[in-house]
Design a protein around this ligand. Structure first.
Ligand SMILES: Cc1ncc(COP(=O)(O)O)c(C=O)c1O
Length: 388
């Protein structure tokens, strides 16, 4: 007897789950692999955050269930961050919804909003959860190609009106994974106008908004006046505060969409462990100067990767934000073939662009989450393999 639902037919296993297994087997066989694939920060959070978590864990009344929409103090802390970083005012009562990592909310909001047959506009390449959450909800993905000549911004004007009329959600993600592109407020204004024209909700994934370089500041799409009528923005402490394992994310903006997401979540999870939230409040409200220092560390790694790739004859450019370098491939490879060859021969693990969609297949993604020394070593290994 087969127990699997038909809904699962279109759900593809996460690429990184299989990669983890493969790398674990290679490591067991004694191979030293350098991982420049996944975007999990290798550095520790600020010690004050960890201290807040550990002290809280010693207090007896911090071990029970927490409320589904999180304690007010946490929602206020997210509002503070949005005001401080972006000048965006959020009502902590109904415009801030804590999530178990932003991925959880990205997946669940689609279940809460999409009916079978609804179209969801999704960037290609793009973070895979937008597509998987759409198909499991019975929705129909419509892929918007992100091309280098447009700075990896989708061209909303070429989406056929018939598709736009059936669309319920438009996904955007800037700073972008995997292309590392950034978007201006002018582009976000255009997206809000498009959403108004076709009665669409914009879901903007801003998971990398605080990882920026060379003095660049990435805007929040909610800086556009009236955006809240049409937009939910997702954010997270995973990348910004080196807290990926803590699972602290947030959805902010349109209160009706957030209410639907909350209703769904009351049946899907039972909130966070309170000491995690006590640490999160310190992360959001404490001294943020260390973030700048941390970004300089990523910036150095970025510079090494890009300059080595250029020396190898590849057309890599320096990103202004995110944890990635998105590099066009040399001729003659698909992205999977290239990443496999590099893993097998240079013992460096990269992410093939195809993981993010068809438009990614001419690229490979380098992550900035290995130490400077290991990053240098990885690039030497790659160079040796490319030009023996
Ligand atoms: C674009 C993007 N959005 C969201 C997430 C999810 O992050 P988290 O669930 O840790 O907040 C990731 C993680 O890699 C990502 O790359």
């Amino acid at each position: 007897m087969a127990f699997t639902s038909r809904r699962m037919d279109n759900l593809t296993p996460l690429f990184f789950a299989a990669l983890d297994e493969r790398i674990a087997a290679m490591k067991t066989a004694g191979v030293d692999i350098i991982r420049l694939d996944v975007g999990s920060p290798d550095l520790a959070p600020d010690p004050a955050i960890v201290t807040a978590l550990s002290q809280s864990a010693l207090v007896l009344d911090r071990h029970g269930y927490t409320s589904h929409n999180g304690p007010l103090v946490l929602r206020e802390a997210w509002s503070q961050l949005y005001w401080r970083e972006f000048g965006v005012k959020l009502n902590p009562e109904n415009e801030v919804l804590p999530l178990l990592g932003s991925k959880e909310g990205i997946f669940h909001i689609l279940l809460a909003l999409i009916d079978p047959g609804d179209v969801v506009l999704i960037p290609d390449p793009g973070y895979p959860t937008y597509t998987q959450g759409t198909t499991i909800s019975g929705g129909i993905p419509y892929f918007m190609p992100l091309r280098p000549e447009r700075g990896f911004l989708p061209d909303l004007s070429v989406i056929p009106a018939g598709i736009a009329q059936k669309a319920k959600v438009l996904w955007l993600n800037y700073p972008n994974n995997p292309t590392a592109a950034t978007a201006s407020l002018e582009f976000f204004a255009e997206a809000v106008e498009f959403a108004q024209q076709y009665d669409i909700l914009v879901c903007h994934d801003a998971a990398y908004s605080l990882i920026t370089y060379d003095g660049f500041q990435s805007p929040s799409a909610l800086q556009i006046p009236s955006a809240k009528e049409r937009m939910v923005e997702f954010n997270s402490l995973s990348k910004s505060h080196n807290m990926a394992g803590w699972r602290v994310g947030v959805a902010v903006g349109n209160n009706k969409a957030l209410r639907d997401l909350l209703t769904l979540k009351t049946h899907a999870d039972s909130g966070h462990f309170m000491p995690v939230l006590d640490g999160a409040v310190v992360a959001l409200t404490g001294d943020q100067r260390w973030l700048h220092e941390r970004n300089l560390v990523y910036q150095q790694r970025r510079d090494i990767i890009v300059s080595e790739l250029i020396q190898m004859g590849l057309m890599a450019t320096k990103p202004k934000a995110s944890l990635y370098v998105w590099c066009p491939l040399p001729q003659g490879y698909t992205s999977l073939e290239f990443a496999e060859a590099v893993l097998d021969n240079a013992y460096v693990s990269l992410t093939p662009g195809i993981v993010f969609g068809k438009m990614g297949d001419r690229y490979v993604r380098f992550s900035l989450t290995s130490s400077l020394e290991r990053t240098r070593e990885a690039m030497q290994r790659l160079k040796k393999w490319m030009k023996p």
